[in-house]
Design a protein around this ligand. Structure first.
Ligand SMILES: *Cc1c(COP(=O)(O)O)cnc(C)c1O
Length: 419
């Protein structure tokens, strides 16, 4: 059973009525389910069980301390893409030795901070970055543990903005140049090259691109070993896609098979960096209907959440389920409406011509599958405070980030001396 479900006509998160949270913290707010987080983590971990693999939760999907700490308690390491995220991981109790640092543009300051902390692995994305990391490490009297991120030139068949494994994307080292760069890495005094990494994109719902990329990695491992270079680890990148609408995504069985049949029997330590697959369906965004506006050609349901709170619909043309908190009657008439936020942009839209049961001013709705790339991508555009995040566990809920105050936002500004 889903951790977000109707019970006695009301949408619940585990055993908590979402409407009760709304009454307590106001709207909009994000709500996360501990049970769902746990189940997702365990399922992913089980999928790679027996393959000598370790999970590094990708913090960029959702970096609330409560989420990280919950996952850390289950044994997760962390995949970070900035030093800020490294601090978040450390603060939540993940040790430096369980942190992988990815990203195409690490600064020298960030490299130095991560080296001093003693992280597990740097995923290096270019020869320039490799040489810079070498210099920083040498200057600190350290050796940086490195995996070279390979760009396998594989089309992940996902949204263009989250597709990262084609040769025209900015990410990774072109696979044809990898052997020479790996050999160089093995010679650099400040670099301890351990293996390869790959991340071809997010929200993959077809196993074929994964399999293709993993096979290219396996071939590269053999080629490097053939040249006498040691390869101990392979990082498989992000996780499988999730179901937002009714799309069939990758089954764990297929994922396991693809991993096992490609890189599975090379005596490697495997790593995976799932984000969305862990938190995506463990969170919802709850909002209240401000007004229903009957336009000339369309009807608009205007809600108090907006693109600054959840940008995925407008940034990725993403679909999020919309569920009224009060369960609609089976016979309720469905009409097509546009669900929009109050921001002064036409792009501030959650759904276009969505068939929904009747909604009226004051009604509460939930956007489904909002746990990943939701709160972390929010902004204060239109001077809208960041919304609260709430975590549920069984019949308990607690605020894990309070609603930002107007003073906190406006107080950031400083007047120059001449005003
Ligand atoms: C974003 C990202 C991930 C996580 O991707 P998901 O699809 O959320 O699992 C993992 N690794 C890297 C390098 C990333 O950039």
């Amino acid at each position: 059973m889903s951790q977000f479900h109707y019970q006695d006509g009301e949408l619940h998160a585990e055993s908590v009525k979402l409407a009760d949270i709304a009454a307590s913290v106001g709207t909009p707010f994000y709500c996360y389910s501990t049970a769902k987080l746990t189940q997702n983590y365990q399922n992913f971990s089980d999928a790679l069980g027996g393959l000598n693999a370790r999970l590094y939760y990708s913090l960029k999907a959702n970096s609330n301390q409560a989420v990280i700490k919950t996952l850390a308690g289950l044994g997760a390491g962390a995949d970070v893409v900035s030093v800020g995220e490294m601090y978040r991981a450390l603060k939540a109790g993940i040790s430096a030795g369980d942190i992988v640092f990815a990203g195409v543009g690490k600064t020298r300051d960030e490299m130095a901070e991560a080296l001093k902390a003693g992280i597990y692995q740097f995923n290096v994305e270019s020869v320039g970055e490799l040489r810079a990391l070498n210099e920083v490490a040498v200057s600190l009297g350290k050796r940086a543990p490195v995996a070279l991120r390979i760009n396998p030139d594989v089309d992940a068949k996902t949204h263009a903005k989250i597709s990262t494994g084609k040769s025209e994307n900015k990410f990774g080292i072109d696979i044809d140049h990898a052997p020479e760069i790996y050999a160089e890495a093995a010679r650099l005094p400040g670099i301890d090259v351990r293996g390869l990494a790959c991340h071809i994109g997010s929200q993959l719902i077809d196993i074929a691109p994964f399999r293709h990329a993993f096979q290219k990695l396996a071939d590269l491992v053999k080629a490097l070993r053939g040249r006498g270079l040691a390869v101990e680890r392979v990082d498989l990148g992000g996780g499988v896609g999730i179901t937002y609408r009714e799309e069939q995504t990758i089954s764990f069985a297929d994922y396991t098979t693809a991993v096992a049949e490609t890189v599975g029997n090379l005596g490697l330590k495997l790593e995976a960096e799932p984000g969305r697959a862990i938190v995506g369906n463990a969170g919802v965004l709850v909002a209240r209907v401000i007004n229903v506006k009957e336009g000339v050609s369309r009807n608009f349901v205007i809600v108090d959440a907006a693109m600054n709170d959840l940008i995925r619909p407008t940034l990725y043309e993403a679909y999020h389920q919309i569920l009224p908190l009060r369960q609609p009657a089976d016979e309720a008439a469905v009409t097509r409406v546009d669900v929009v936020g109050p921001i002064c942009e036409t792009g501030d839209q959650f759904a276009e011509q969505r068939p929904l049961p009747p909604l009226a001013t004051g009604d509460l709705i939930a956007f489904g599958e909002a746990g990943a790339y939701g709160a972390v991508m929010s902004s204060t555009y239109n001077t809208r405070p960041l919304v609260p995040e709430v975590m549920v566990k069984g019949d308990r809920f607690e605020v894990v980030r309070p609603r930002q105050t107007y003073d906190a936002i406006i107080g950031q500004d400083i007047l120059p001396s001449w005003l």
